[in-house]
Design a protein around this ligand. Structure first.
Ligand code: DMJ
Length: 811
């Protein structure tokens, strides 16, 4: 036992004893470690060594970071000029928040001076940008980040515009695991009366390239603010800290670049197809987090242009059935008028449900919830659910299914699900990413989805996302020699291009974005969206190569002419051209004669060249024409046509259109009925010969799949709504039953299948397309409704992805 004697001597003896004890212990420990080490196999030793190395590397990295942060203020004090970046010769003033980001330095872009170790010029391959020099940013964690800069040629030489690249990108962030990312704002040459810096309210737009900033500023109203006389935004709600006032020296130099740095703490990788993992968490979270989120969202809703409060005052409630247009017909306002036009008054308010859901509608709700459960569990925030492997696939990496399904949830009365999805849109949906999207698909699904979610719910969040975040990012697609848009556009870099193998776009793609772009212009008062889209309509209208109003399938983005002449179809690549002629005419209040004439001519063209009747049931179908040769082949996609024809007849077009609609509706139904699973193939071939035993609908091996497409149930909805004949509801009920029998995956979700003719082995394909929730189930629900006011066809026009948009001057 250790005695405690005289204080000083005992402390010395204790220390010695302690030391001795430690030595003995460490000898024993190292001995046993050596023993253990020897007992390990070679592989195990390698593993241990590897782990040690990894741990050391991590330690080293954190040390560098911490050390950097510690020494930063000292370095800043030693070299204030580099910190402030203020130098009369450079014509550039950089004002990073001093205490936070002392490493920033900037170089004269005009002279192209390059300094510093490892400095490289950023080069651009983009045809729309001119790079004038490098900008060096030292990040505390990572090697220097190189950011893209652009010289503004029309400005005087002493001024320049910088934009801080959004292409710093996910990739870099992901590789370095939490680098400081540069995000900046720009403006130059302020007119004399105007402020020297972007006001804090404009800060959400920093990080945009100058031309984008200009585009945004040219929009008079976004989210409840307007421009001041200097073209700067006013009254923008933001949670960013205000910028410090410019110094006298900054003002003297006449150009200011404001920079802030943000940290990407947890870079997310969504790209590309991969195993299901927890990159984006399913939205359960812990209850505390949920409570906080709820509180924050409440604050947000109220904060956003006062919408929440306004909505409550006006008695906006959750929708069940019934909609009404509270605002009278409204044409695109003039800019000046627009400034003071409150957003919330544009929204179409939805009345509380008058009609309870019937049994069939409840079955659709059940199907939706089942599909949603799969998506929520296994693919939350991703583009599409892969229900069999319980994972997801990415196309654009933008939560396609979730956005496509927003208005369906609203219509079906799924309030909780809608709010959860809304939260994702608010918190997670970011369009500032380096990804190519297809102009058409993203317009009809994302833009259309956001716009209709805005119109139904009146929630300004969706409009803000649609306009400032997404609509603007699609605009570069229209910058082509012919004004016929490219089919692909990178929403991060603003670079648009045709597919790799051709400079053609498809005709349906470029002519089926107009409803959405026109609506964007109507809501914002900014004509650019409408003008770009309508320019395409005008050019296509004037083109040679049509056959009695029928259009070929491809159009060249350089020449602006049709290509692959002589091939005509109402199916893939041409279908929605016809649909949008009619629907734009309806959207615009039935005034645009050119659209109507093109539509009427096309319907005549269809009658004249593409209609035929099958044997033995004499089904009327729409075939294809290939250099004068008729083919008895009809895509399921063509089944949009009965609905469109019926809609036209409802809006006053010839009664024969309705007759044709009904005949084609029978055919589309038979495409389901004559299959063993009760589900239609992707393409049907119609029998033209008199042989009694043969079915009308025949299927080739390559066409036996069913992708859960909506066109037939879409047309059934129109036909029932406009004729009141219940057989259409019954047909839809059969189809829903078949979907439930052959495509429903027990663990959640529905899957496309490969063989509609084999009920025993339909061969699920492990994919639930976003349009199943966006269109198919929505149209089924509407089909089973007996309330003609539930999204009245006199008030709304559905885009080609089933997203209802308001008719501007409803009848
Ligand atoms: C949807 O994206 C749209 O309906 C489009 O018009 C055609 N293809 C799918 C559905 O089949």
């Amino acid at each position: 036992m250790l005695g405690l004697g005289n204080c000083s001597s005992s402390s010395r003896s204790l220390t010695r004893r302690e030391r001795l004890l430690r030595v003995l212990l460490s000898v024993k420990w190292s001995f046993s470690v050596r023993q253990k080490w020897k007992q390990l196999s070679r592989l195990q030793r390698m593993e241990v060594l590897f782990l040690l190395v990894v741990l050391m590397l991590f330690g080293l990295r954190s040390y560098v970071h911490v050390a950097d942060e510690w020494t930063a203020p000292q370095k800043a004090a030693e070299n204030p000029e580099a910190v402030a970046g203020l130098s009369p010769q450079q014509n550039v003033a950089v004002s990073p928040p001093r205490d936070t980001f002392p490493h920033l330095s900037i170089h004269d872009l005009d002279s192209g001076v390059q300094e510093g170790p490892g400095m490289k010029a950023w080069t651009s391959t983009s045809p729309v940008e001119r790079v004038s020099g490098p900008l060096r940013i030292l990040s505390p964690l990572a090697p220097p980040l190189w950011v893209r800069c652009r010289h503004s040629s029309p400005r005087p030489a002493s001024s320049m515009e910088l934009c801080f690249s959004r292409t710093y990108s996910r990739d870099l962030g992901a590789r370095l695991g939490g680098v400081w990312i540069l995000e900046g704002g720009v403006f130059t040459d302020p007119p004399p009366r105007c402020p020297w810096v972007l006001p804090p309210e404009a800060f959400p737009f920093t990080g945009l390239c100058p031309w984008e900033l200009e585009e945004l500023l040219s929009q008079p109203l976004l989210g409840g603010w307007s421009q001041d006389e200097c073209g700067l935004p006013r009254r923008f709600v933001t949670d960013r800290p205000p910028l410090p006032q410019p110094s006298e020296a900054e003002k003297r130099d006449g150009i200011i670049v404001r920079v802030t740095l943000v940290s990407v703490q947890k870079p997310q990788r969504h790209f590309r197809r991969g195993p299901p993992n927890l990159q984006i968490r399913a939205p359960d979270g812990d209850p505390q987090e949920r409570r906080q989120d709820r509180a924050q969202r409440r604050a947000e809703v109220v904060g956003e242009a006062g919408w929440g409060a306004e909505a409550q005052r006006d008695g906006l409630r959750w929708r069940g059935a019934g909609t009404k247009l509270e605002q009278g017909p409204r044409h695109p306002p003039k800019k000046a008028e627009f400034f003071g036009w409150p957003f919330q008054q544009q929204a179409l308010r939805i009345r509380a449900s008058r009609t309870p859901q019937n049994e069939r509608q409840k079955a659709v709700v059940d199907a939706f919830l089942h599909a949603w459960a799969g998506y929520r569990k296994f693919a939350w925030g991703h583009d599409e659910l892969k229900p069999l492997t319980r994972s997801f696939s990415e196309w654009f990496g933008l939560g396609l299914t979730l956005i496509d399904a927003l208005d369906t949830m609203w219509i079906l009365g799924l309030k909780k699900e809608f709010q959860e999805a809304r939260k994702w849109v608010s918190k997670k949906l970011r369009f500032r990413k380096n990804v190519d999207v297809n102009l058409f698909e993203s317009t009809i699904r994302i833009l259309g989805g956001l716009l209709s979610a805005f119109h139904l719910s009146g929630d300004i969040l969706f409009l803000k996302k649609a306009v400032s975040d997404f609509g603007n990012r699609l605009m570069p697609a229209f910058r082509t020699p012919s004004k016929i848009p490219y089919s692909m556009v990178n929403i991060g870099t603003g670079v648009a291009h045709p597919p790799r193998w051709t400079s053609d776009s498809t005709v349906a793609e470029v002519t089926s974005i107009q409803l959405e772009f026109r609506e964007l212009s109507r809501l914002t008062g900014d004509k650019k969206f409408q003008e770009a889209a309508e320019e395409v309509t005008r050019r296509v209208h004037a083109l040679h190569g049509k056959l009695d109003g029928l259009v070929p399938m491809f159009i060249n983005t350089n020449s602006g002419s049709f290509t692959h002449l002589g091939m005509f179809t109402l199916g893939a690549r041409a279908d929605s051209y016809y649909e949008y002629l009619l629907k734009q005419w309806i959207q615009g209040g039935k005034k645009e004669r050119q659209l109507l004439e093109d539509y009427l001519e096309a319907v005549d063209g269809i009658r004249k060249h593409l209609l035929a009747r099958s044997e033995p049931r004499k089904l009327t179908f729409v075939g294809e024409l290939n250099h004068g040769r008729f083919s008895a082949k009809m895509d399921h996609l063509v089944c949009f046509l009965p609905g469109t024809l019926a809609l036209g007849a409802h809006h006053g077009l010839p009664a024969e259109h309705m007759e044709l609609a009904q005949a084609l509706m029978d055919t589309c139904y038979q495409m389901y009925r004559q299959m063993e699973t009760g589900l239609s193939p992707e393409t049907a071939h119609f029998n033209l010969h008199h042989t009694k035993a043969v079915k009308d609908v025949q299927v080739k091996a390559a066409d036996r799949h069913n992708l859960l497409r909506p066109e037939t149930v879409e047309s059934l909805f129109y036909l029932y709504r406009l004729t009141g004949n219940r057989k259409y509801q019954d047909w839809g009920w059969e189809i829903l039953h078949s979907f439930n029998t052959y495509t429903r995956v027990p663990s959640g979700g529905y899957s496309s299948i490969s063989n509609v003719q084999d009920p025993r082995h339909p061969q699920p394909r492990d994919k639930m397309e976003s349009f199943f929730l966006g269109e198919t189930l929505k149209y089924l629900y509407l089909l089973f409704s007996d309330d003609p006011d539930l999204l009245s066809l006199d008030t709304y026009v559905f885009n080609t992805e089933a997203h209802p948009l308001p008719i501007w001057a409803p009848s």
